[in-house]
Ligand binder design. Structure first.
Ligand code: NAI
Length: 249
């Protein structure tokens, strides 16, 4: 991507205090966007924003699983740069892995609430703001996962939500096309972030062996594709689910 492609745009990134979300904030800012780093962990979001500079970045606290919190985030985001974000990246996500027969209802509900309902709440609220603001060239990027296709043992809750994100993305792309808003999702493979740090080493080794590129991915390697989907370079990409896995299937 080249610098300046996102000049004049405001982007909102959830999960911006860590991993893929934080790397995405860096690259969107590199490409000229003003970036609102949103996370349930305000301190972490502030760290991301601080790194980018206060003239081109702001931090905000949001719990994507709460409609009230997301509504508040829309109001805060509008205040930050006096215009609604036309780029929204849904990167907030959690895992609560465990075998299905032993999975507490709470672990199912929590993963659903953040990964799938959170994507719905943020997408709905910010798409409305884009439409009301009559913004052109809107782009929403959702984080699914290759686990939506691998369907790993111990990840019934996570896999189901990430498969749901693919369907949700496709529906949104069909409904929002007429407003000039594109909606796409990415299926990352195993990326070296705090989320994957808790995966047992033996499983990570298996993943690396199965991956044609023979390594985990870096958060920036996902963020580059997100920056592309956010930009006019991808103006005819809509409703897509793009695997970024180093070839891991
Ligand atoms: P991470 O654990 O490093 O960061 C997730 C961020 O989301 C954290 O800053 C956390 O505070 C925030 N968050 C969690 N719940 C939230 C809520 N309710 N409201 C607002 N913020 C919340 O995770 P990572 O690795 O950066 O993952 C980002 C996204 O990419 C997630 O949706 C994840 O499922 C997806 N993904 C990650 C992969 C990986 O290998 N790291 C692979 C495939 C998909």
């Amino acid at each position: 991507m080249s610098a300046g492609l996102l000049a004049g745009k405001v982007a909102l990134v959830t999960g911006a205090g860590s991993g893929i979300g934080r790397a995405t904030c860096r690259l969107l800012a590199r490409d000229g966007a003003k970036v609102i780093a949103a996370d349930r962990n305000l301190q972490a979001a502030q760290q991301t924003a601080q790194e980018l500079g206060s003239d081109r970045s702001a931090a905000l606290e949001v719990d994507v699983s709460s409609a009230k919190s997301v509504q508040g985030a829309v109001a805060e985001a509008l205040k930050a740069f006096q215009v609604a974000p036309s780029i929204v990246v849904n990167s907030a996500g959690i895992t609560r892995d465990g075998y299905l027969l032993k999975m507490p209802e709470r672990d199912y509900d929590d993963v659903y609430a953040v990964n799938l309902k959170g994507t719905f709440l943020v997408t709905q609220a910010f798409a409305k703001a884009m439409i009301e603001g009559q913004l052109s060239g809107g782009s929403i990027v959702n984080l699914s996962s290759i686990v939506a296709k691998m369907n790993n043992i111990g990840q019934a809750n996570y896999a189901a939500t990430k498969a749901g994100v693919i369907s949700f993305t496709e529906v949104a792309s069909k409904e929002f096309g007429k407003f000039g808003i594109r909606v796409n999702c990415i299926l990352p493979g195993y990326i070296d972030t705090p989320m994957v740090a808790v995966v047992p080493d033996a499983i990570k080794q298996q993943v690396v062996q199965r991956c044609p590129l023979g390594r985990l991915g870096q958060p920036e390697e996902i963020a580059e594709v997100i920056a592309f989907l956010a930009s006019p370079q991808s103006s005819y990409v809509n409703g897509a689910a793009i695997e970024v896995t180093g070839g891991l299937k």
